[in-house]
Design a protein. Structure first.
Length: 169
């Protein structure tokens, strides 16, 4: 944000509307006069609203302002959460214990706040029984119903059927 702000000698307009360091309106005055006032206070003249007529400038400590801006941006980056998509691959004729292990992994991923892509892989003529894959997808969705909602319903893409589950907030 501070990259596009003009400071001190970079301000090229003839007149500016000046706001003091304490937020008080000082009125419209020539840029040289505003710059002189800022230098007397040992601060910078910063153009905060360049599109206004006349442009609005503020007297402030620009170094301190830039530091606080970067501090706010760092804090915002720290708070953001990156959501990953984890994948759980199943086969249509999966055994019960293997199914439970896969759903347990899906539950763990959802608790960590990640989305889960459930992929059912068909081999050979298994694709003729896509209804078995659909039942399996719904079974997984039922197992994790309290933690997740279906973001993208089951859909056949080539030899795979995919469904995406998103964690409930």
């Amino acid at each position: 944000m501070s990259k596009d702000l003009r400071v001190n000698g970079e301000i090229r307009t003839r007149d500016v509307r000046l706001v003091g360091a304490d937020g008080q309106q000082l009125g419209v005055m020539p840029t040289r006069e505003a710059l002189r006032l800022a230098q007397e206070q040992g601060m910078d003249l910063v153009e905060v609203a360049p599109t206004a007529r006349p442009p609005v400038c503020r007297i402030m400590d620009f170094g301190k302002y830039k530091y606080e801006q970067s501090k706010r941006e760092r804090e915002a980056r720290k708070k953001q959460r990156i959501i990953n998509i984890k994948e759980v691959k199943l086969r249509p004729n999966i055994e019960e214990h293997d199914f439970q292990v896969k759903t347990r992994n899906a539950i763990r991923f959802l608790e960590d706040g990640d989305k889960v892509k459930v992929t059912i892989m068909f081999r050979g003529r298994e694709i003729a029984h896509a209804d078995l894959g659909l039942k399996l997808c719904h079974r997984v969705a039922d197992q994790v119903a309290d933690l997740a909602s279906i973001e993208k319903p089951p859909k056949v893409e080539g030899r795979n059927m995919t469904m995406i589950l998103a964690p409930k907030s």
